[in-house]
Design a protein around this ligand. Structure first.
Ligand SMILES: NC(=O)c1ccc[n+]([C@@H]2O[C@H](COP(=O)([O-])OP(=O)(O)OC[C@H]3O[C@@H](n4cnc5c(N)ncnc54)[C@H](O)[C@@H]3O)[C@@H](O)[C@H]2O)c1
Length: 255
């Protein structure tokens, strides 16, 4: 896979310390993209160092809670000092909370919406402001989920599903507002093996089997299965694609 126009660009990746964010950071870095990892976890520093070692890319990092807009803006400014203005954004910071919707505490509901929706919005704002100030163009890829379109079973996760439906609408809204300078698309993964989902599948192999039985491809996605789509959306090869949410789920939602 080679997208030569990506070489020399800079990406900010929220939720990049681990999981799908880190894996996609690695895919971008291997195309010659400099990478800023933003994450709540202190291990983001070690992740940035590992990424530089593994790929040779220039990297930087910041510990930041994406629900704090001022901190997000400060982290973008710090990354800009080190790597230059980002022209690619990937928002992978996200959480899920499971539970009967009649019993979910307001604080749990709000945390999911704050991180998955508001945190995505704040990162997109900081990204767009810096590009606009310099009259430059860019591509934002928001990590949504197939859960924005379907209801996962057997677990109950109404806050997560609702937040991801909103992320799809956010991608459309920002794409229309910011066209033609900044393209904004979402990706909507199905079940992928990440640090988050491994916690569930390793603790409950029956759940993993249940999920897998519903996937026509016969397996959960590997993080690298997302590489091609994200590199395409980041690259100018997709210069006429904006405002879309693209499902990548091994056929789950096709049934
Ligand atoms: N794994 C899947 O099957 C799957 C499917 C569809 C969508 N997604 C989405 O992909 C994204 C990445 O998920 P993952 O499976 O890699 O999970 P993960 O838990 O492995 O990674 C998520 C990262 O986001 C970070 N994060 C969480 N809250 C944060 C906050 N407030 N501020 C900054 N960083 C924060 C975490 O520390 C973590 O590093 C999420 O948005 C998730 O909803 C995952």
């Amino acid at each position: 896979m080679n997208f030569p126009d990506l070489a020399g660009r800079t990406a900010v990746i929220t939720g990049g310390a681990r999981g799908l964010g880190y894996s996609l950071a690695s895919a971008l870095a291997r195309q010659g993209v400099s990478i800023a990892l933003l994450d709540l976890l202190p291990e983001v520093a070690a992740s940035a160092a590992r990424l530089a070692d593994e790929t040779g890319a220039a990297t930087t990092w910041a510990t930041v809670d994406v629900t704090d807009a001022a901190s997000v803006d400060a982290a973008f400014a710090a990354a800009r000092e080190t790597l230059g203005t980002a022209d690619i954004l990937l928002t992978a910071a996200g959480i899920t909370v499971w539970g009967d919707s009649a019993e979910v505490e307001p604080v749990a509901w709000s945390r999911v919406i704050d991180i998955n929706l508001s945190g995505t919005f704040y990162a997109a704002q900081s990204f767009a402001r810096a590009l606009r100030a310099e009259g430059r163009t860019g591509s934002a890829v928001l990590v949504s989920s197939m859960s924005g379109r379907i209801v996962n079973v057997p677990q109950h996760q109404a806050s997560y599903n609702s937040s991801k439906a909103a992320v799809d609408q956010l991608a459309k809204s920002l794409a229309v507002e910011w066209a033609p300078d900044i393209r904004v698309n979402a990706i909507a993964p199905g079940y992928f093996l990440s640090d988050m989902t491994r916690q569930f599948t390793e603790a409950n192999p029956e759940l993993a089997a249940d999920w897998t039985a519903r996937i026509p491809a016969g397996r959960m996605g590997e993080p690298a299965d997302l590489d091609g789509l994200v590199l395409l959306l980041a690259s100018s090869s997709s210069s006429y694609i904006t405002g879309q949410s693209l499902v990548i789920d091994g056929g789950y939602t096709a049934i």
